[in-house]
Design a protein around this ligand. Structure first.
Ligand SMILES: Nc1ncnc2c1ncn2[C@@H]1O[C@H](COP(=O)(O)OP(=O)(O)OP(=O)(O)O)[C@@H](O)[C@H]1O
Length: 339
């Protein structure tokens, strides 16, 4: 990974694991939803998080939001582990990270007005805008910032279009002046033309406010468009990270390679070279030993069953890292990544 100082990183995740106990016919079992997650988020960047359904994206988002406590490893916001804080200090840290959800129809309460929805977080964070006048003024500012009209404050979400609802969801996320917004599939419920408008808004807000985004999406074309860097998840682990260009154009992990090759394209040559992944994603209740991808990997050898691959990087400068014993492309010429 390229050298960045701690001050450049708003978030540092090290070796984070999360296990759920699930009950079934065969009794209680341990489901390892996250395993050894390492992740950095730099100030002002957009990090795309991609992976198939069930790979742990939402659990990671909930862990970063401090809604789930990791059972191993640490999450540090601006260098601080939230679990060392209490009271006001913890509340102040919680403000740093907010979330925009996938479904703007389900995530906003129709019984509340737009103004009430935006102001709701201030009921917990009372010190932020203590006077009623300040709160009213800030609601109107936020509506303006996300491209809604001040007069929209009295309307309820059901009176808005899908795109307007998502704008309202973004205004609510901005109410606590966060440093980071986790966007969980923020445009996948919207029409294509509206998607572009919402993505443009997120980009403008980033330019204006310096916010960092973690952008979770299964839509690789959207991720390629918005993300500065990409992290690829498979069965609870991050198997590849790097700049968007490097990960898309020089995929190193066979899983990433297959994922990228399966993305819809008009290019006939690219269509012909699609890599079809055999079999289903294994259950996280019973993941394969060693490399979790090995059961579906065309390049797997005995070594892949024996140990979790160590991360390799193409060069220290580019920060393109993959966890694989047989990396492809430029990373195959690389060196062990420094943790
Ligand atoms: N509270 C929970 N209790 C038990 N298992 C859980 C819990 N939350 C998530 N899981 C399991 O953890 C694994 C990862 O789930 P998660 O929802 O994080 O994946 P995801 O990548 O976000 O999927 P999707 O894109 O479908 O939302 C899944 O096997 C899921 O069933």
């Amino acid at each position: 990974m390229p050298e960045t100082s701690t001050a450049d990183r708003v978030l540092e995740v090290r070796d984070v694991g999360k296990t759920f106990t699930v009950s079934g016919k065969a009794g209680r079992k341990q489901l390892r939803a996250l395993d050894g997650i390492d992740l950095d988020l730099r100030r002002g960047e957009t990090l795309g998080l991609v992976g198939e359904s069930g790979c742990g994206k939402s659990t990671l988002a909930r862990t970063l939001m401090m809604l789930e406590r990791p059972d191993t490893g640490t999450v540090r916001w601006d260098g601080t582990d939230p679990y060392t804080l209490k009271g006001k200090d913890l509340l102040a840290l919680r403000r740093k990270v907010q979330m925009v959800f996938q479904d703007p129809y389900a995530s906003l309460n129709n019984r509340m007005s737009a103004a009430e929805i935006i102001a709701e977080p201030w009921r917990t964070h009372k010190d932020l805008y203590p006077s009623k006048r300040d709160r009213a003024a800030r609601v109107r500012e936020l509506l303006h910032l996300v491209g809604l009209r001040p007069s929209d404050e009295h309307r309820s979400p059901q009176e808005f279009s899908g795109g307007q609802r998502q704008r309202l969801g973004i205004a609510r996320a901005l109410a606590l002046n966060p440093e980071v917004i986790i966007c969980d599939e923020p445009v996948s419920a919207l029409d294509l033309s509206v998607q572009a408008q919402v993505l443009n808004l997120l980009n403008e807000l980033q330019q204006e406010l310096g916010i960092s985004y973690i952008f979770i999406s299964h839509d690789l074309s959207v991720v390629r468009h918005v993300a500065d860097r990409v992290a690829v998840m498979y069965l609870g682990r991050i198997v590849e990270t790097g700049s968007t260009e490097s990960v898309f154009d020089h995929s190193a992990h066979p899983y990433t390679e297959a994922l990228m090759s399966a993305a819809p394209t008009l290019d006939a040559q690219a269509r012909r070279s699609r890599i079809l992944l055999e079999g289903e994603v294994p259950s996280p209740l019973n993941p394969p030993s060693g490399c979790r991808f090995r059961t579906r990997c065309a390049h797997a050898t005995d070594v892949c069953a024996g140990a979790v691959p160590t991360a390799v990087s193409d060069t220290a400068e580019s920060g393109h890292v993959a966890e694989c014993f047989h990396p492809r492309g430029r990373v195959s010429l690389g060196v062990p990544a420094v943790a």
